[in-house]
Ligand binder design. Structure first.
Ligand SMILES: O=P(O)(O)OC[C@H]1O[C@](O)(CO)[C@@H](O)[C@@H]1O
Length: 515
């Protein structure tokens, strides 16, 4: 039950049964090559233009009938009602009793009656003023973001993606791991007087971040740094803990922003410093345009909905365990890691929102690397391996560089890989045989700019909402990360003392070798 909304388990619906029957009946033996021959308008019917993003889904192993049954499934599972509850500020994150309002961070000033809208804009203005003054401060050459998970992956992904818009003369570093090698390597390149540390943590309690923040402050003071208050800024919901740490400048946000949905909040400060206030607002505007599309477009022409339903089909009816992300743009190098957290932390659940076991499979494994690099590493498996893995190609029409020849090669490779996966190539010799009929989706952005990146990421968020909603899970909690954290705290003192009592034989044996 979500705030009075009682929804059926997806596999108890009539649409689910019909989808099964269809898969085992008329759909069995589906072949993409034949589908294109028989459906002259397949490209048009299976593609969708949404704000800033064009998606061709026609090379997926899906037919019109499955598509209409999936839409029926969405209706039976009350997807629209659930979506509307999120946009109405209802506590759809029911296991934590929280609203889910990252979309509010992108609503233009004056366009929302939500009670938190005014505060959102106050914080945004203050955060962007700070970004502007750091940009203008030539003494600051290095910005170090210390955060992990959602307090790292979004800003890191976006700063890389928008490197063509980044202010010259400043370097951006992202330190996330508690592994001191990472922080030490960054600190070696810095001077306290020219460094700004951003301590990014929704909770301001995360072990990795607090350990790194304390070490950064100790280094700052030991190296003769003066004025911690000027060189450390906190981005957090826990303003009290930030003050106790000795930080005077804090940009807050509310607990209705999930960590993996937080790059639009003050957690986005490194992005705003890199690309400037105006571009940051364009990022928000692009995401807002996608929010409106998701909130208002009919299900059949709603890109995040179409993607989420295709994910259900691939996972639950075709049994595909993973999805490969292939951004054909080196600036999108952190996108696979970002999407991993978004999808797998949101939908990697085995019980429904009420804690009852699910009898369907949920989040696929996401993985990938920028093209064309992946082609020379694991694409062999995609073309000729035993598993079917849907690949998501992301191509950008206009390059941000002027080197002749490169971009045409890049785009040609993206198109050719999708083509090769689908077409295959028969060969009597066996080893050279490409079976083809392998699925892919193809996304096109006109330019990799703040607005299109914002729209593309918001599309991914809402797609995850869609599949999570059909599965009936709470996509906004992450209880699965807790146990390991607790056990690590039990092990830390044992590494010093060697005490192994109460440990299993494997952990005890490994601990003895690691001391
Ligand atoms: O921003 P925080 O509170 O430091 O949390 C960092 C990350 O840790 C997690 O809670 C998982 O451990 C993520 O959900 C979150 O993005």
């Amino acid at each position: 039950m979500i705030t009075g909304l009682s929804r059926p388990h997806c596999d108890h619906t009539q649409a689910w049964q019909l989808l099964r029957q269809h898969r085992d009946g008329q759909f069995a033996g589906f072949d993409l090559r034949r589908a294109f021959q028989h459906e002259p308008a397949r490209f048009e019917t299976h593609s969708q233009q949404a704000p800033h993003v064009f998606a061709d889904l026609s090379k997926n192993l899906v037919d019109e009938h499955a598509r209409s049954l999936l839409l029926e499934l969405a209706r039976e599972c009350m997807l629209e009602r659930h979506r509307d509850l999120m946009f109405a500020g209802a506590p759809v994150n029911n296991t934590e009793g929280r609203a889910v309002k990252h979309w509010l961070l992108r609503v233009p000033r004056g366009a929302s009656a939500d009670p938190d809208a005014a505060e959102v804009h106050e914080t945004l203005d203050a955060m962007l003023d700070c970004a502007a003054s750091v940009r203008a401060d030539e003494a600051i050459t290095d910005v170090v973001n210390i955060g992990i998970g959602g307090s790292d992956l979004g800003p890191q992904m976006a700063v890389a993606a928008l490197e063509a818009f980044a202010i010259p003369g400043k370097r951006f570093h992202f330190v996330s791991n508690v592994d001191g090698h990472e922080l030490a390597a960054v600190l070696r390149t810095l001077r306290p007087a020219s460094t700004l540390f951003l301590i990014a943590s929704k909770t301001f309690t995360t072990l990795e971040t607090m350990t790194n923040a304390r070490s950064a402050r100790a280094w700052f003071e030991a190296e003769g740094g003066r004025d911690v208050a000027r060189h450390f800024v906190a981005l957090t919901t826990n303003t009290q803990a930030a003050a106790e740490f000795g930080i005077r400048t804090t940009f807050g946000f509310r607990d209705w922003v999930g960590g993996r949905y937080s790059m639009w909040s003050s957690i986005g400060l490194p992005i705003a410093i890199a690309i400037g206030p105006e571009n940051f607002r364009a990022l928000l505007a692009g995401a807002h345009a996608m929010d409106r599309h998701f909130a208002t477009a009919p299900l059949a022409a709603n890109l995040p909905v179409r993607l989420g339903l295709l994910d259900i089909w691939n996972r639950n009816f075709l049994g595909q365990p993973s999805r490969s992300i292939a951004p054909y743009h080196s600036a999108l190098r952190r996108l696979p890691a970002y999407l991993q957290q978004l999808e797998m932390e949101s939908n990697g659940k085995r019980v429904d929102a009420q804690g009852r076991p699910l009898s369907v499979q949920t989040s696929p494994v996401l993985w990938g690397e920028p093209g064309t690099n992946g082609q020379h590493a694991y694409f062999q498996m995609l073309h000729q391996g035993t598993d079917t893995v849907p690949v998501e190609f992301i191509a950008v029409r206009q390059a941000a560089h002027g080197l002749p020849g490169h971009h045409a090669q890049l785009l040609a490779n993206a198109l050719a890989q999708a083509q090769a996966l689908m077409q295959g190539r028969p060969d009597a010799g066996g080893h050279r045989d490409f079976p083809g009929n392998r699925p892919s989706s193809f996304f096109i952005l006109d330019r990799l700019d703040p607005a299109s990146l914002g729209a593309f990421i918001a599309m991914q968020e809402h797609r995850v909402f869609t599949s999570g909603s059909i599965w009936g899970i709470d996509s906004f909690d992450q209880w699965g990360v807790e146990l390991g954290k607790v056990l690590a705290q039990d092990i830390v003192p044992r590494l010093a003392t060697g005490e192994v009592q109460g440990l299993d034989a494997s952990t005890a044996g490994l601990l003895a070798r690691l001391r």
